[in-house]
Ligand binder design. Structure first.
Ligand code: TUI
Length: 316
């Protein structure tokens, strides 16, 4: 029996830790390692074609029989086809990002898929609860990639107050202290992204991993605010160029041309100057490459230690 309630029972996992659905980073290798290690691994569908997602699901199932999920980016032109594949393959869990998954909810629920929308505001969290979501991930603006406006410290308790379904906290959580803090804010689980970029099983160019490992607390920037889709990444040559162009009112077309293919360039080619090094602010807490299972154990053990070290103070 797991010592944690709610999310572990809902998802059939050992630790209340979900891996972030990181585009290009979260393929079946990382997801299988996280699931086999006792967390919930996710394959990030990102903007990949649906058949790629099917291959990833089948490849993951060859590596582990533990529960796993697929993260669907709703802005993807293939989102609808990806949802079809997820249903055909009977994927146990779906998380969604960068939009409202309302129109897919019924079909997913019908086959018993657990649906966990990622939200960056309590308004969407409430709508998702009404639409039948099993839980939500409340993702604060410390996160990497596409972000909302509100920090984890403020977002999580407000989403917890707004809904009755379990809330999984995300954004800025990379160790046991952050996870314990999220639980004190009312979360029943945590989602961790950035720390898994440097997991041994993550198929990420070493140069990208090295940048995450070297980053400090002030090394991320947010670009693209004017597009309505702000994105957090590590500071590098590309981001400095984009930030300076944003000051001079760059057009949306020019911005999109500059950004096009840059995540792949970083993750696959290891071009850390001209690629997008998406990362959360927790990169400063990430200091070593480790197997995913070890990361999960450290966070779970650290969470308990952080709680116990304050128990006397809280009168426990
Ligand atoms: O989705 C993410 N993180 C992502 S998606 C992504 S791919 C991308 N690349 C460039 C530009 C934009 C996307 C990289 N990282 N996290 C979950 C998340 N969802 N964060 C924020 C949101 C969100 C934002 C607005 C969810 C819903 C929303 O509005 C929905 C509505 O219609 O009310």
């Amino acid at each position: 029996m797991s010592e944690y309630k709610d999310i572990t029972e809902l998802l059939g996992i050992e630790y209340p830790i979900v891996q972030g659905g990181m585009a290009w980073v979260a393929d079946h290798h990382l997801a299988a390692a996280v699931s086999a290690g006792g967390g919930l691994g996710l394959i990030a569908a990102a903007s990949a074609p649906a058949e790629w997602v099917r291959e990833q699901i089948r490849a993951l199932r060859k590596l582990t029989d533990k529960p796993f999920g697929v993260n669907v980016t709703l802005m993807s032109p293939f989102a609808e086809d990806v949802v079809k594949v997820v249903i055909e393959e009977k994927v146990p869990v779906v998380t969604t990002g960068a939009g409202n998954p309302g129109k897919y909810m019924e079909a997913l629920k019908e086959i018993g898929t657990i649906v966990i929308p990622v939200v960056a505001a309590s308004t969407l969290a409430k709508r998702m609860e009404r639409a039948g979501a099993d839980a939500v991930v409340a993702e604060g603006s410390e996160s990497g990639g596409h972000i909302g406006e509100t920090s984890t410290m403020n977002l999580v308790p407000q989403v917890v107050d707004a809904v009755s379904i379990p809330v999984i906290a995300a954004g800025g959580i990379a160790d046991g202290r952050g996870a314990a803090a999220a639980f004190l804010l009312g979360a029943k689980g945590v989602q961790v992204g950035t720390r898994f970029i440097v997991a041994k099983e993550a198929n990420v160019a070493q140069a990208y991993k090295d940048r995450v490992l070297a980053a400090g607390d002030n090394d991320t920037v947010v670009t693209g605010r004017f597009t309505g889709h702000p994105v957090r990444s590590l500071k590098n040559k590309l981001m400095r160029e984009i930030l300076s162009k944003e000051k001079d009112e760059i057009s949306l077309e020019e911005f999109e041309t500059l950004m096009s293919g840059t995540l792949r360039r970083a993750v696959v080619e290891g071009d850390v100057d001209h690629g997008s090094l998406m990362s959360g602010q927790s990169a400063g807490l990430v200091t070593k490459e480790q197997p995913a299972a070890e990361i999960l154990r450290e966070i779970a053990d650290g969470m308990k230690a952080a709680y116990l070290s304050k128990a006397a103070y809280f009168g426990d």
